[in-house]
Design a protein around this ligand. Sequence first.
Ligand code: DNO
Length: 391
Amino acid sequence: MEETWRWFGPADNVRLDEIRQTGATGVVTALHEIPYGEIWPVSAIEERQKLIAEAGLVWSVVESLPIHEAIKINEGPLDRYFDNYRASLRNLAACGVRTICYNFMPVLDWTRTNLSFRLPNGASALRFDAPLYAAFDCLMLQRPGAEAEQNDEVMAAARAWHDSASESDKAQLLATIMAGLPGAFDRYDLPGLRRMLERYRGVDVATLRANYTRFLKEVVPTAEEHGLRLCVHPDDPPRPLLGLPRIVSSADDLAFIVNAVPSPANGITFCTGSLGAGPQNDVPAMARRFARHVHFAHLRNTSREADGSFYEADHLGGDTDMIAVIDALLEEDSRRRAEGAAPIPFRPDHGHVLLSDAARKTHPGYTLIGRMKGLAELRGVIAALSRRRAA
Ligand code: DNO
């Protein structure tokens, strides 16, 4: 497997020369400055690639080449968006960047309610708290029908929080829920979010699946022709949010996707943290079942609670048997090596805020020391399992 590291570009407070010292060899990044739906020009891709090469690294994976919201909703003429997406794919192929991650989550990307949840050892982690989420959805956003989706206990805790929350606590919760949206792009206030949800009125699971299938039919042939590997990122968390359907949350969803347009270019980003937050998911079993379709892996762990809350645990802690997942990925990786195919790139996904991490501002979850600890632990597992496989 190939060790990679997510870098948010020149504005990232974790520098390329520091990434080099973590031992990772591949960089995962995107042209975050280009608005959704616009073409990524060859010149801009090459320029970014050059920066990465100067640090002794390679641009291994694009995360993400974002899909315009209009495609997800199937709103208005879409030809220009499909044309542009294909053009970006061709440009990336021309530069030799061949693995492309994206997601199909409506409106929100990853969603948490607390970005600095204190752990017993003094470090902090990202957390999704079911009562806080209910307070946001039912009491702040006041989405019709939201309360009916909650049980009494969660709702009582949500009300207790809401009754004692100050305006600044509420503003903080809104900002935290919006934090998953990368970089410079749309953050919503409550009225803006309501308007976005309104655009999705009538888009249920079946419609969203149809819109997604159409996207795949439009872009997978181009990807295949240029030897690219598209890989969809699972929903984080893997459950509907704010009444919006989510369709990349379970084994059935992944099966639907790979069968919708069967192609080596239509694959999966196997994100253990996203999938593992769903009690419906047996993550090691999914790794074994979908191994052939995995073009990229995000390795991190979560610890779930009975009410649907979870927090991000140590990479080898939490509820997902990481060693079993890595074993399944290594099995596939050696199969590919035997065929002369590229190794599976993986990255340590979010890390805790550890030691000197507290002193520098990074994207939530994308700390230097926290991720390096995760990478080192994963590297140890990979080394041990690889030795045993070779014996
Ligand atoms: C969170 C990430 C996601 C991911 C996108 C891929 O840290 O794993 O934001 O990059 O969903 O499109």
